[in-house]
Design a protein around this ligand. Sequence first.
Ligand SMILES: Cc1cc2nc3c(=O)[nH]c(=O)nc-3n(C[C@H](O)[C@H](O)[C@H](O)COP(=O)(O)OP(=O)(O)OC[C@H]3O[C@@H](n4cnc5c(N)ncnc54)[C@H](O)[C@@H]3O)c2cc1C
Length: 435
Amino acid sequence: MTTKKYDAIIIGAGIIGNCISYELALKGYRTLNVDKLSGSGFGSTAGSCAIIRLYYSSPEGVALAREGYYYWLDWNRYLNVSDPDGMAFYKNTGAMVFKSKGNHNLVKVKESLDALGVGYIDLSPEDIKNYIPNPDLSSFHPQKRMDDPKFGTPTGKQISGAVYVPESGYVSDPKLSTHNVEMAVRQVGGDFMFNARVIDILKKDGRAGGIALENGTAIHAPVVINVAGPHSYLINRMAGIEDQMNIKTKALRVEVAHVPSPEGLDWENTGIITSDSDTGVYTRPETGNHFLIGSEEPKCDPLEYVDPDNYNTDFTDQIKTQTMREAMRLPDLPIPNSPPGLVDLYDVSDDWYPIYDKSSLPGFYLAIGTSGNQYKNAPVVGSFMAKLVEYCESGNDHDKDPYAYRMKYIDHNLNIGFFSRNREINQDSSFSVIG
Ligand SMILES: Cc1cc2nc3c(=O)[nH]c(=O)nc-3n(C[C@H](O)[C@H](O)[C@H](O)COP(=O)(O)OP(=O)(O)OC[C@H]3O[C@@H](n4cnc5c(N)ncnc54)[C@H](O)[C@@H]3O)c2cc1C
């Protein structure tokens, strides 16, 4: 098993790790994805809401999402593989984003959408009634915790409108999509090793030289890529590079609720994605005619950073808080006593933008800090990370002369230096899952 030679080891077989190895393998790299779990996409990718939306707070974020969107539209052709488990698919629903003070009434978002020719409709508060059932258009901002006596009480004004982006939706099954990529990687010669925990990064001649596994095995390769999701900071510590990064990553515990639709409403088939930074929640239609409700991290909610190998997997009050926040907007929404849902982890960076970069250890690369919002970008990240590896391994200094990525589907050059580990904290960020 270890006698085989590899050009690149990818730590992690989530959606991003697999997309990176796919693109490297297409270029002729002999790749190995190593994952401590028993299959592809079993880490935080499995819990993903897999929402594909184009609104981000930075033009770079919008461009990346726009490019990623086309890969999902073209999924089967992109992978060119037949997966015996079936192929994941993109379902278009449209997305409505509420204007708020927090997102500067979407002025910058609209500029970025305009720059890339993304169509949208500017909605008045009244128009919103055509998109969601029987909404309460009051403003509830600033958000509160459930134990605040004013929780759920409108704060006087009406919300100021919304933007509806029809090109938005979600992928049917994030775990299956990751398996699809594994099949495509295998078809072009890449290998996978599961149930294998990396415990150290090997070094040779002042650069990355491979990995050491918990079972005592050492595997050598001149390129090692950290795509370990919420465990990314632990892998960086093994490589000894964390202290030399300006932006760091941490594992954040999050809860997502699945709540039945109001009676008589076929939300599973007719529903849209909503992002409501006035109440502090986002939603997506979910199978079983449910509303899936996630948090947009309002300031009143404490952020719970955890040890990714030892955290509380039970629901807390948070799941009910999120459900009640959505019910402020949709008073017909039933509020179950203990709504079903899931508990999972985001790999959050200091400014909630991802780190796609080289590191201070030559040959050791980073695709981390995905902050709960990079599933949608995985194929395009795979594409530019493979090119970044080539760029650096052929002697270019990405820190001084950042790699400019020419996108495939849209007429746009993306400066990959934007995602540098050594950037200053991006103050334009929403500092939430919105990015
Ligand atoms: C609840 C939730 C909702 C989300 N919703 C959305 C959304 O709607 N839209 C969107 O775009 N994004 C969303 N995201 C974010 C998105 O899912 C992630 O950005 C993406 O899945 C990250 O993929 P990854 O491959 O980097 O990481 P992961 O899927 O976490 O994969 C990392 C892998 O590394 C492995 N690993 C870690 N440490 C080791 C080790 N020491 N040795 C070996 N293997 C190791 C893990 O087992 C894991 O399988 C959401 C995330 C969550 C948790």
